[in-house]
Ligand binder design. Structure first.
Ligand code: ADP
Ligand code: ASP
Ligand code: MG
Length: 422
């Protein structure tokens, strides 16, 4: 049986017609290798940003339904152009949007999850020898409403299609040569990783490494889809393979460093210290579809028997969060201010090799202290430590951590075999 390869090309890879011709060549090469090819594309260049800007010029709070209607149009342009470019090379290609195929999502606008993908038509088209080009980032609900999967969501469309079609592999083509130890545009000395585990990649993506949409990694892990990140422009480079942790040799305690400048910190001050308050607060936010990341509750003050609850949310959710909290304040008996700080950054180190290795956290804190970086919040998982720092200290922190954990490109080759001293 012929193998199915799903390829995904991001905005910069299809930014103009010359680049679309280049993508057509890569697609055709895969077809010529004897594989069936399904291609997922994003909107051209910065189209989505431009559409967001136009909406914001009209109203500060556009409705989520209309935002989805608007943003889903970007991918409609690139699929048709890519299908034409492939046809121009003498190959049979057909483009589809998510509604035509049935990329079914839950009934939530702006960050919907895919629940099912209909594959009958796709399989029929592949049987007929067609190359299929599909719009990423968009979906449709049972009621025929158009949804989107959240910014960067085309990666998730591609992996979900690969899972539904039982594809051999999902290749994410982008503007860098793979996954690096940190964003190579921020730290030019970053090293390209030959491989990384789903678990580490998931944490890195959540921590701000936007080379992959977090849910794409989650979907790949869940369905065991082999995932590769590679360059659209240097196709001889094999890129980075993302695979199960059991298949990896863990040499370095830390695989990568990431920063996330897209969050804001909210503090609800003087909240009564009694059972049920946090439950009420966070269920209210969950009902509003607001995702909360780091959470800290301070010790209760003895005299007033109150504490402060601090947490982070996406900057785009700040207005929604503050109005939800204002409605809730009285009900939970909070008497203090609601403080918002948008000048923050979350800096994280991630590595499956840090499990059971004391010294990783202290090296992180010491490194930040040496740089005079103040830590405002800390959160950890088994394979990740995140510190919230001031935005203007973020870059300094990332560079120092990258160096302290021996991730610079002149050092990474040396970590094979012996573990670096912490
Ligand atoms: P696309 O449009 O192809 O989806 P994105 O801009 O979403 O591309 O993702 C690619 C970008 O991710 C790179 O240009 C790079 O700046 C950024 N990035 C952040 N962290 C990393 C990392 N650890 N490794 C590689 N790229 C990273
Ligand atoms: N075009 C969408 C965005 O810019 C989806 C994507 O590129 O993955 O967020
Ligand atoms: Mg992307």
């Amino acid at each position: 049986m012929r193998k199915i390869i799903v390829q995904k090309f991001g905005g910069t890879s299809v930014a103009d017609t010359e680049k679309i011709k280049n993508v057509a060549k890569i697609v055709i090469k895969e077809k010529e290798n004897g594989n069936d090819v399904v291609v997922v594309v994003s909107a051209m260049g910065h189209t989505t940003d431009y559409l967001v800007k136009m909406a914001k010029d009209l109203t500060p709070n556009p409705s989520e339904r209309e935002m989805d209607m608007l943003l889903s149009t970007g991918e409609g342009v690139s699929i048709a152009l890519l299908a034409m470019a492939i046809q121009a090379q003498g190959y049979d290609a057909v483009s589809y949007n998510a509604m035509q195929i049935g990329i079914m999502t839950e009934n939530k606008h702006s960050k919907a999850r895919i629940v099912d993908i209909k594959t009958d038509k796709l399989r029929q088209n592949l049987k007929e020898g067609k190359i299929i080009v599909i719009a990423g980032f968009q979906g449709v609900t049972e009621d025929g409403e158009i949804t989107t999967l959240g910014r960067g969501g085309s990666d998730t469309s591609a992996v979900a299609l690969a899972a539904a079609l039982n594809a051999e592999r999902c290749d994410i083509y982008t503007d860098v040569e793979g996954v690096y130890t940190t964003d190579p545009r921020v730290v030019p000395n970053a090293s390209k990783l030959k491989e990384i585990s789903y678990e580490e990649m998931l944490e890195l993506a959540h921590a701000g490494a936007n080379v992959l949409h977090p849910r794409s990694v989650e979907t790949a892990k869940l369905n065991n889809v082999p995932l590769r990140v590679r360059s659209s422009f240097k196709i001889n480079n094999l890129g980075t393979l993302i695979l199960g942790v059991d298949k990896m040799e863990l040499n370095n305690p830390v695989a990568g460093v990431a920063q996330d400048l897209s969050q804001a910190r909210i503090v609800v001050c003087d909240v009564p210290d009694k059972p049920g308050v946090a439950a009420k607060l966070f269920s209210k936010l969950a009902n509003e579809n607001i995702s909360v990341d780091m959470i800290i509750q301070s010790y209760a003050r003895k005299v007033s028997n109150t504490n402060d609850i601090a947490f982070t949310v996406d900057k785009t959710d700040v207005a929604k969060t503050v109005s939800a909290l204002n409605l809730l304040k009285e009900e939970i008996g909070a008497t203090g201010q609601i403080e918002v700080d948008e000048n923050i950054s979350k800096v994280s180190i991630v590595g499956a090799g840090m499990i059971d290795r004391p010294g990783v956290a202290s090296l992180m804190f010491e490194t930040l202290a040496q740089q005079n970086v103040n830590i405002r919040m800390i959160s950890t998982s088994e394979i990740k430590i995140s510190c919230l720092v001031d935005k203007d200290q973020s870059l300094k922190a990332v560079k120092a951590l990258h160096e302290a954990f021996h991730l610079d490109s002149n050092e990474i080759a040396d970590v094979k075999g012996d573990l670096p001293n912490l």
